[in-house]
Design a protein around this ligand. Structure first.
Ligand code: FUC
Length: 948
């Protein structure tokens, strides 16, 4: 081993002074020259518990807000008792290669329990259906629908997303439109095609029923008998029956056309279009609650600030809105009739309040009406006192209640609070404090008092000036944010508005956008996951939909974990606290699932969890039965120890790891064909169906055993178990190389090289795991790389982010950067949405899903430092396009913090801060040095001696 020189034992402070202060040159701001026109243009703020999206309109400001514990559902058991009786039969079917039969049996007997229960639901649904179906007068040709509203169809994202105030609408909705029959078709039977409808429909023409379909996946293709048709105008009326989630016409499946008619005997090619403007009327919006496997995260409300005395005609000039991620303050400023208006917005953690401050350059200029609205149907507003308006609500599909109080403080002017608004006239300055709470106390207890939470928060604000509150917010935020800085170079593009930077982005043109993206990932984590709060869900804490994509819950076959990939690395270790609480709670519910589904000790988590800590299999047996969620989460416990060297933490975390490991001791079975221990039944997320022995599971379980043994050794405990885990470890099916030189995704060599699936599960062992490294097996590493080459460079947001990390682990800096560039591609263009970023830099799956932001931030760091293989490697995957840069505060396993600078593609200088003492092995370009460090000391590395 070669050694290179280093200077030792200089205190960190001296070292910091000796480094050029390069790393924070660029303005870390997102900014735009126009207000948000949609939610993904708006700028997010959050304090871990309360989140808000700032639209920034000058005359009609919209602040959509969330409180992280407002979810549908309620405390209940998710596991299906006695499901374990079917485990062996399912395994047997898989062993006999009867996958379809295994999935069918598992679907029937092995999935978790829905809430509310299916049996009650079926009866209630039948009663409801017979009631709504019996009233068909709206189908008649001569029914007068003049008072109905109109809707443009189809609505791919449901009628909820049409801006018609129909968010959360389930039930029976009538839709009507007219169509004309060309004369030459007279006397013919006519086909009408209407595309798909969520969820069921009964369709009539001129009052006659022409068809009905009760699944959302099939195109509505109905024959209208000639006898039903009239000369000239005909009326088609549909009763759409929507039981849950999105509703209405969802467009045709495949290449079919929708909203067309054509005579029997001809084809769709000869069709004529009919109107896509339909009248609609909600007949019944109260269907029985649809049983769901898990709950949905809910939006809370909307604060609107509407200008009075100023009309849209009065021109707004010099408009700018921005988000400064160094202070976590968003600002809007504009000029109107010579007056400069400025607003500041932040989510204060010390005060547990969202603060909105309005000022104007001319006294008495602020005139507005503030309204609190919500999409929750069961809600009301009321005046609390002369400065406070309250919003109370109750979620429809669950037990939780919420309250939000809006308190206003003004300088000069008049304030009038009614039960529905706060009106301000002629004020000099205005400050709003928005607080919120729910009845959630923990996943088993919903006895909280939301009004009391709001009152308490307001009390804490009493007597404090805006300046004090703002200063405390900045100080508090900076404690997290200032632990890390990065400079990847800059250019003139850095001065452009964020949307323009995104539109023209490449790493060479605008390297500063990459560092902004990295820091934005940290901003989003600090804003959505702080000690004491809930873990960041699929959308962090930001959500405006009652039925958000995938419930905006916690998907644990990649997405939840990816949210925390940057936490340790990017010096936000304490932001993992909510994840660890989630793990602890899921370990309790997961024990019941382990017992009832597998008759096994320990805990298990399948591919999703929610606020109520569901751990049983959900959705469908072909992908919901996937057993390694808990094991994967345990890696985060071990990583926290690795990065912090905190033994007290390890002592608390160890029982969770031990419990997860004890599950697999029981669960793994011997494959009769190979003799290896395999994981069955399970799935390689989320493809290939229910199988025996997916590679990913084996990598995760090996990692779990390995880390649990190491933890037990450190804690000097469980000697006999260590031996058992070791034996099991050795017998687990190994990684295998298949006939295309690929790393096999399954036990059998059946990979399809044309498969472009977003999940690259079998590469888990490369990242985030350590099952495959260049040191342990270069051959396997190459096979993994080959697999990724086959999979290609495309993907959803999070999939791209995973590929950033993987290419960094393969140490191909240029490919890593290429993936990062794709992750930063504009998601939102005129032709639709793709994986990339929205105008507010939120990650696009699409739709918005925050994991890509976090995974991407971690992946950029993996280009600069890696520490998973027993040593710290500096600049392991530096791309040619980023030859110069600096980073400070990047963390490495072993309890080290690293500052480094590079120039012309080579390391210039590095400093290693040892936070826990102990041996530090450093590698750069194949050279390794070992430093015996002391806790609290910094070790600058000599630049001259590091060149190869
Ligand atoms: C998994 C992924 C999807 C999405 C969802 C939340 O099911 O396969 O792409 O990210 O989680």
């Amino acid at each position: 081993m070669m050694k290179f020189a280093y200077w030792i034992c200089l205190p960190a402070t001296i070292v910091c002074l000796s480094l050029p202060a390069r790393a924070q040159q660029q303005p870390l701001k997102l900014w735009h020259q126009q207000p948000a026109s949609k939610w993904t243009d708006a700028l997010p703020i959050g304090n871990g518990r309360l989140g808000a999206m700032i639209f920034g309109d000058a005359l009609n400001e919209h602040i959509q807000f969330n409180e992280e514990t407002l979810w549908s559902g309620g405390p209940h058991d998710y596991q299906r008792n006695g499901a374990w009786k079917y485990l062996q039969p399912i395994r047997q079917l898989l062993q006999e290669s009867k996958q379809a039969e295994a999935e069918a049996l598992a679907e029937k007997e092995f999935m978790g329990v829905k809430y509310p229960q299916q049996t009650d639901y079926d009866a209630r649904k039948a009663t409801w259906l017979s009631k709504v179906k019996s009233d068909t007068r709206y189908a008649a040709a001569d029914f007068n629908d003049a008072s109905w509203k109109t809707m443009q169809v189809p609505n791919n994202n449901g009628w909820e997303a049409m801006g018609l105030g129909l968010d959360g609408l389930d039930g029976a909705v009538w839709l009507r439109t007219a169509f004309e029959i060309p004369e030459e078709w007279a006397g013919k039977n006519i086909y009408i095609d209407l595309g798909r409808v969520r969820d069921a429909d009964i369709t009539y023409v001129n009052g006659q029923r022409i068809g009905s379909t009760d699944t959302m996946t099939i195109n509505r293709h109905y024959l209208i008998p000639a006898a039903v048709l009239k000369k000239g105008q005909n009326i088609v009326a549909m009763q759409a029956l929507n039981f849950f989630d999105k509703g209405g016409f969802s467009g045709p499946r495949g290449n079919q056309k929708a909203f067309v008619i054509y005579p029997e005997g001809s084809t769709q090619e000869q069709s004529k279009p009919i109107s896509t403007t339909w009248k609609y009327w909600v007949q019944d919006d109260n269907p029985p609650l649809f049983p769901r496997y898990q709950a949905d995260y809910q939006p809370f409300g909307d604060l609107w600030l509407r200008a009075i005395n100023q009309t849209a005609q009065q021109e707004v000039a010099d408009y700018r809105r921005e988000l400064d991620i160094t202070t976590a303050i968003s600002t809007v400023s504009y000029k109107q009739q010579g007056v400069i208006f400025t607003r500041e917005y932040f989510a204060s953690a010390p005060q547990q309040a969202i603060v909105v401050r309005l000022t104007a350059s001319k006294p008495g200029s602020i005139n507005l009406e503030a309204l609190l609205k919500t999409s929750h149907k069961i809600s009301s507003t009321k005046k609390i006192d002369n400065h406070t308006l309250a919003l109370n609500l109750q979620v429809k599909n669950g037990v939780l209640k919420g309250a939000s109080y809006l308190h206003v403080a003004t300088v000069k002017g008049r304030v009038e609070v009614t039960d529905s608004s706060i009106v301000l006239k002629d004020a000099d300055e205005v400050t709003f404090y928005l607080v919120a709470g729910t009845s959630f106390k923990n996943y088993q207890d919903v006895s909280g008092d939301p009004d009391a939470v709001c009152k308490q928060s307001l009390q804490k604000l009493a007597g404090k000036s805006y300046a004090t509150i703002k200063a405390a917010h900045i100080g508090d935020y900076k404690k997290y944010f200032n632990t890390f800085s990065v400079d990847l170079g800059t250019s003139t593009a850095a001065a452009l508005p964020t949307d323009q930077r995104i539109d023209q982005f490449s790493a060479t043109k605008d390297p500063a956008l990459l560092s902004l993206y990295m820091q934005y990932g940290r901003y989003l984590l600090i804003s959505s996951s702080r000690p004491g709060t809930q873990a960041a869900n699929l959308q962090g804490i930001w959500n405006d939909l009652l039925t958000p994509p995938w419930g905006s819950k916690y998907t644990s076959n990649i997405n939840l974990q990816m949210n925390y990939w940057p936490a340790e690395l990017l010096n936000l270790s304490t932001c993992t606290d909510p994840l660890f609480r989630l793990i602890k709670e899921a370990a309790t519910t997961g024990q019941r699932t382990a017992k009832e589904h597998y008759n096994a000790p320990g805990w298990v988590l399948h591919h999703n969890t929610d606020l109520w800590r569901g751990t049983a299999p959900i959705n469908a047996s072909n992908h919901g039965i996937w057993v390694t969620g808990a094991a994967w989460l345990c890696l985060h416990l071990w990583e926290h120890y690795q990065f912090t060297q905190d033994k007290t933490f390890l002592r608390e975390a160890y029982p969770l790891m031990r419990s997860a490991a004890s599950f697999f001791v029981e669960f793994l079975v011997k494959d009769p064909k190979t003799g290896w221990l395999i994981s069955t039944p399970s799935n390689s997320p989320e493809q290939g169906g229910l199988v025996a022995g997916p590679t990913m599971d084996h990598q995760i379980i090996r990692e779990l055993f390995k880390n649990t043994i190491q933890a037990a050794k450190l804690l000097q405990t469980d000697l006999p178990q260590q031996q058992v885990w070791k034996e099991k470890y050795q017998q687990i099916a190994p990684n295998q190389i298949g006939k295309y030189g690929q790393l096999q995704e399954w036990l059998q060599d059946k990979d399809d090289t044309a498969n472009k699936h977003r999940h690259v599960s079998h590469l888990w062992g490369v990242y985030p795991g350590t099952d495959i490294t260049w040191d342990s097996s270069a051959i396997m590493m190459k096979a993994a790389q080959q697999s990724l080459l086959y999979r290609g460079d495309g993907g959803t947001g999070w999939s791209l982010a995973w590929k950033v990390n993987l290419w960094a682990r393969f140490k191909d800096g240029d490919h890593t950067l290429r993936m990062a560039e794709r992750l930063l591609a504009p998601a939102d263009n005129n032709t639709g949405e793709g994986g990339g970023v929205y105008r507010n830099l939120f990650d696009a799956h699409p739709p918005f899903q925050i994991d890509g932001n976090f995974g991407g931030a971690a992946g950029i760091a993996e280009m600069l430092v890696q520490s998973h293989a027993g040593y710290i490697e500096l600049l392991p995957a530096l791309p040619a396009a980023l030859p110069n840069g600096a980073v400070k505060g990047l963390c490495a396993r072993g309890g080290f913090e690293i500052d480094l600078q590079w120039k012309d593609g080579s390391l210039q200088q590095a400093t290693i801060l040892s936070k826990a003492g102990g041996i530090c092995r450093l590698q750069y370009k194949g050279k390794t040095i070992t430093i015996n460090t002391q806790k609290g000391k910094s070790y600058p590395i000599s630049p001259t001696s590091m060149r190869p």
